[in-house]
Design a protein around this ligand. Structure first.
Ligand code: FE
Length: 350
């Protein structure tokens, strides 16, 4: 679906049920409204399997993360949303703060999703659950640097990398979460000094997305780029000659393997505050945590399954290799975004 079509669907609020022959009679007509910031074709098959198993149809409304959050706010109690899928813990934390979700107590989800990758539980259950993980890593130019030059996040601020660091906007949720993680590990004073050093090392002002930074490395404009794993995995799987060239010139490092581990974020799901189909919504979250759905969901965006005991079979991720992830609760990282945004303002990180 083109972006224009997606917007049209979103605008028209198309809640018409799709034809679904052969459904169990008891569930005929039940529709779950899903607001999704994930737009992968493979997700379609995932939802079809849920319908096959439960008879509950999925009506998907696509928008980006910010669009979904503002739409939920605007709709208030009248919102038809049942389930919400967002990418990055900073956005899930924001949705929770804005009162857009509700707590879910599910023994199955608690057993399947590690506590590190769930929202905080104030007694009634977490308000969101990670459904896949992605690591925030460094990709460097093999002609100019060695892995040892960029094997920690701390080194991004070292004088040796002057004029070599490329990143998207400091305020992008992916980066807010990374800075929030560093804050958790290093404390406020060292983190702000580090951000200052990182800004001083930039090859160019922040612009573009993660893939643009990787391409900047391959083009010789940057020495090292900050990126989520799935963007590099996409290039690894690409057969386009220009992507093969990018892969040939660059290499990936999982930072901080000798210390706290690589920053690992999530794409996650929540039940909407005003869900009209709460039971079906919880059932859907539990379905997403099942072995097959986990592999499928993660693979659709070259991410890692989050559920305990489920491993990836994605060839690009297997090529990138295993790594040690940080273990701090991702909810803490989300909560740090206000503090790190103030640091960004102070050090002039746009
Ligand atoms: Fe992304």
């Amino acid at each position: 679906m083109s972006t224009a079509t997606r917007r049209a669907v979103l605008g028209a609020l198309a809640f018409a049920a799709l034809a679904a022959p052969g459904l169990p009679a008891f569930a005929q007509g039940q529709v779950l409204n899903l607001y999704s910031a994930r737009h992968y074709q493979t997700d379609e098959a995932l939802y079809a399997n849920f319908t096959k198993a439960t008879g509950i149809r999925i009506n998907r409304v696509d928008a980006d993360d910010a669009g979904i959050l503002s739409r939920l706010k605007a709709e208030g109690a009248a919102s038809p949303a049942d389930v919400i899928l967002l990418v990055d813990a900073s956005r899930l934390w924001r949705g929770e703060q804005d009162g857009l979700f509700q707590p879910v107590k599910s023994a199955l989800l608690e057993q399947r999703i590690p506590a590190q990758f769930r929202g905080a539980d104030a007694g009634q259950g977490p308000q969101w659950f990670g459904m896949s993980t992605r690591a925030r890593v460094l990709v460097y130019d093999k002609l100019r640097l060695k892995a040892a030059d960029v094997d920690t996040y701390e080194k991004l601020a070292s004088p040796a990398l002057k004029g070599l660091v490329c990143t998207r906007s400091g305020s992008h949720p992916y980066n807010l979460s990374l800075w929030g993680s560093v804050l958790e590990h290093l404390g406020p004073q060292k983190t702000e000094e580090w951000l200052k050093g990182l800004v001083a090392n930039m090859a160019r002002p922040p612009k573009g997305g993660d893939t643009d930074q990787i391409r900047g490395v391959a083009a010789g404009e940057c020495g090292v780029a900050i990126t989520n794993t799935y963007y590099y995995a996409r290039l690894l799987r690409s057969t386009k000659p220009e992507d093969r060239e990018v892969v040939a010139r660059t290499a990936l490092v999982f930072p901080n393997q000798a210390s706290w581990g690589t920053h690992t974020n999530i794409a996650g799901a929540a039940v909407a505050q005003h869900a009209k189909n709460r039971d079906a919504a919880v059932k859907f979250l539990e379905y997403l945590a099942s072995d097959d759905a986990q592999r499928y969901f993660a693979d659709g965006n070259n991410e890692y399954p989050v559920a305990v005991g489920v491993s990836t079979e994605n060839p690009a991720l297997m090529q990138m290799g295993r790594f040690k992830s940080e273990t701090i609760p991702i909810a803490k990282v989300g909560a740090n975004q206000v503090a790190v945004q103030q640091m960004l303002d102070r050090v002039g990180f746009k």
